[in-house]
Each structure stands twice: as structure tokens, then as C-alpha cells.
Write a protein that binds this ligand. Structure first.
Ligand SMILES: [Zn+2]
Ligand SMILES: [Zn+2]
Length: 274
């Protein structure tokens, strides 16, 4: 199932991502390879390698953006929530399921409602504006691939620029305006690559830690179990979006099962973690 989330912030982030990619490709080809190694056999090698990485990165990004992250299907008919107080057999089998009052459906354990996607997502990690989609059960692998390719490409760009400046350049133009333009583009590219590199390294570390612990970022933040909790929370709150609340109160609410909900009041039924 292909999804598209109509979120202006996500669309801006995606546009910025591809603009940054095109700019990096332009600088590497026009101002690094063609200026400093045009007569070398390394020139076509670097161009092909760099563009192959861009292709793989774009493919992983599109898959993460357009794939279904694990949307909990909506019921065919409206659910009668009064059955939560009657103790029917059907509900007893759904131990640890919770209720989403926004989707008006039951959701499996570890699913959370995303305000931006306006749906409940299985194994929701977080909503990422850079892919304009939630990172969930079914697209996390593409998201991790995307992060890895961005990290490798950023490092590759920095190495190419550094190498072009360290190595003596016999083909470089002596014209001062061309030299200045080349310096300007290289400085911007190194800054861009450094920022993206640091960003994806932090998020990639977080993703791998979450996968290793079989715990989503939401669950880690809710439990406060990670040693890097404060740093990650700050990083994510600045760069990614958590369209839900992760206070201790909301955590306890999110883990409440249908059994406990069935014994609660109608007031608790109307509450949600989001
Ligand atoms: Zn929902
Ligand atoms: Zn979302």
C-alpha cells in the first residue's frame, strides 16, 4: 500500500533533502571532479560511485516515504465501545489491546496514534518529517538504509573535497573568480555534509539501539530507560516530531489493557495517549 501524508512540514523537508542532494552532486561533479581531476582515471570512478550512492539513497528514501509503516486498519463498521464494560469473549482474547478514540478502533500492543498521519501505526517508532511518514513496523528497514546512505555519502563528499584541496592540482584554473567560486561551493558542501552526517549518525545510533533492544524510540522515551535519554529527546524534539505525549501519565494510559479499561469509567474511555 502506498501512502502519502499531506503535511506541509514533511513536504518542505523532503524538498529540502532532494535539493541538498542535487546541490551536492552538482558541486562534486562541477567543482571538485571536473576542476581537480578531469584528466585522471579517478574522475569517472568518483562520478559513478557518488551517483550510485545517490540513487541507492533516493530509492531507500522513496521506499520509506511511500511504504505503509504499519497502519492499523479501520473497522468496517462502527465499534460499539459499550462492549468494553460487558466483558464479551471477543475482547477477552485481545489481551493488552488498547482503544484509539480517534480512529474509533481497537489497536494491538505497541501501536500508537500519530496525529500527523491521523492513524494508528503498529510498532510506531516516531514520525519523521524527513520522510514525511511514520517510522513503523513495515518501513523501519528502509529508514535505516536511508540513514546509512546519507552518512556514507556525507563522509564521501567531505573526503573528496579534502582530497581535492590536499592534492596538488595541475588542472585547476588560476582565474581568481573561479577559485573563489570553487572555495565557496566546497565550504557550503562540507558544512552541509557535516550537518547531515552528524544528524543521521545520531538518529542511526538511536535506531540501531532500539532494534537491538527490541524497543521503539517511543517506548524508550516513555520508560526513560536509555542512558542517552536526555540527548536523544533533545535531538528528536528539534529534528523529528513526536505527535503524541510521552509523560509518565500517558505511558500508563497507553499500556492499559482492555481488561483494565473495561473496569474503568466512561471518562477513561474517552482519554487517549495522544
Ligand atoms: Zn488511532
Ligand atoms: Zn505519522
Amino acid at each position: 500500500m502506498t501512502v502519502f501524508v499531506n503535511d506541509p512540514c514533511g513536504i518542505i523537508c523532503i524538498t529540502f533533502t532532494y535539493a541538498a542532494l542535487l546541490y551536492a552532486d552538482y558541486v562534486i561533479i562541477k567543482w571538485v571532479v571536473m576542476q581537480t581531476m578531469i584528466d585522471s582515471l579517478w574522475a569517472p570512478v568518483h562520478v559513478v560511485l557518488f551517483n550510485t550512492l545517490i540513487f541507492l539513497l533516493s530509492f531507500a528514501h522513496l521506499k520509506a516515504t511511500c511504504s505503509d509503516p504499519g497502519v492499523v486498519p479501520l473497522p468496517q463498521t462502527k465499534i460499539d465501545f459499550s462492549d468494553m464494560h460487558s466483558g464479551t469473549e471477543g475482547l477477552l482474547q485481545k489481551e493488552n489491546w488498547t482503544v484509539c478514540t480517534r480512529c474509533e478502533t481497537y489497536r494491538p500492543p505497541r501501536a500508537h496514534h500519530c496525529r500527523i498521519c491521523k492513524r494508528c501505526i503498529r510498532h510506531m517508532d516516531h514520525h519523521c518529517p524527513w520522510i514525511n511518514n511514520c517510522v513503523g513496523e513495515r518501513n523501519q528497514q528502509y529508514f535505516v538504509q536511508f540513514l546509512m546512505y546519507v552518512g556514507v555519502l556525507s563522509l564521501y563528499a567531505i573526503v573528496l573535497v579534502a582530497f581535492s584541496w590536499i592534492k596538488e592540482c595541475t588542472y585547476c584554473s588560476e582565474e581568481i573568480s573561479i577559485k573563489q567560486t570553487r572555495i565557496l561551493h566546497c565550504v557550503i558542501l562540507v558544512m552541509e555534509s557535516t550537518l547531515f552526517g552528524i544528524f543521521v549518525t545520531a538518529i542511526l545510533y538511536d535506531q540501531l539501539e532500539a532494534i537491538a533492544k527490541n524497543q521503539t524510540t517511543i517506548e524508550q522515551l516513555q520508560s526513560g530507560s536509555s542512558s542517552s535519554y536526555s540527548m536523544r529527546r533533545m535531538c528528536f524534539s528539534q529534528l523529528c516530531r513526536f505527535p503524541f505525549e510521552y509523560s509518565p501519565l500517558s505511558n500508563s494510559s497507553s499500556s492499559s489493557s482492555l481488561h483494565s479499561l473495561r473496569n474503568s469509567t466512561n471518562k477513561s474511555l474517552s482519554s487517549d495517549i495522544v
